[in-house]
Design a protein around this ligand. Sequence first.
Ligand code: GLV
Length: 322
Amino acid sequence: MNKILITRKVPQPFVKQLERIGNVVMWDKELTPMPREAFLEEIKDATACLSTLSERIDEEVLKEASNLKVIANMAVGYDNIDVNKASQYGITVTNTPHVLTETTAELGFTLMLTVARRIIEAATYVQEGQWESWGPYLLSGKDVYGSTVGIFGMGDIGKAFAHRLKGFNTRILYHNRSRHSDAEKELNATYVTFEELLKESDFVICTAPLTQETENKFDAKAFEMMKNDAIFINIGRGAIVDEEALVAALQRHDILACGLDVLRQEPIDMNHPLLQLPNAVVLPHIGSASRRTRDRMIQLCVDNILAVLENKPPITAVEFKN
Ligand code: GLV
C-alpha cells in the first residue's frame, strides 16, 4: 500500500484524489511547518511526498526514505531539495512551473510600483494622522514610466514581468545564464553583462533561482555599482542577496529603496535591520499566492504524484544536473 505524506494542510478535495491510490498522512497545520523530527519519522516509509519550501530534503532525509519514489515540491524553485542525491536514490523530483508564472510576475510588478511610489509609507502616514496638508514633494517617489528596468533572470517569470512593462515605455535590459533571442525580439529587451545591468538600471529586478552561481550575487560590490537612486526588487530567493550589504547600501543611500518578497531566513527575525528601514518593503514570500494559482500548484503536485505512482511519466520533473 502506498503511503503519501503531505507536509502541510491542504484542502480535502486534493487529499481525496490521493486517497484513491494510498494512505495519506497529512501534517494538520497550515501555517506551521512539520518539525524536522516528525518529517524524518514520517518520510521513512512514504512512497510519495508532497513537500513545500519549508522542508530541507537532503541526504539525511533521502537515505532514510527507502520506499520513496517521488517528491512533488509545491514551488517552482527546488533549492530546498538535493536533486542530484534524489536522482542517485532513484527518486523523481517535480516542481510547479508555468502555473504560477503570471501570478508571481504580478506580485513582482506590484512590489516594484509599491516601492517606487512609496505606497506603504503613504498609507501609514494617513493612518498615523500625519496628513495635514498637500505638499509639492510630499511622499514623492520615482517613475517606472520612461525608466530603464534591468531584469536578472529571464526565465518564464522574468519574461512575464517584461511583458507587463509594455505600457510603461521603459528600456528593458536583462542578464541571464544564457541569451534568449526570442525574448530580445518579442520584448525588445537588450542582453547586457551583470555589471552593465547594475550600472544602467533604474530598477533592478531579481527573478532568478538560487544556484551556486546566483548565491550572494547581489553583494556589496553589486550595490555599489547600482545608481544611487536605483530600486532593487527581489522575487527570486533570499540567499541571492547579501542582506548585510543591502542594509548598508540602503543606510548609506548607495541605492534608494528595495522590495523583497524573499529573505535569507524565512520568516525574518523581527530584529532584522531591514525592518527598521522606511525604504525597505518586506513581504512574507507571497509571490504565487493567489487562490487560483495555489489551487493549481497543489493540483499539479497531486497529478505528478498520481503519474509516478501509476508508472506514467511525471508532468513536470526537475532535471538533475551533473
Ligand atoms: C516560490 O518561491 C516558488 O519557488 O514557487
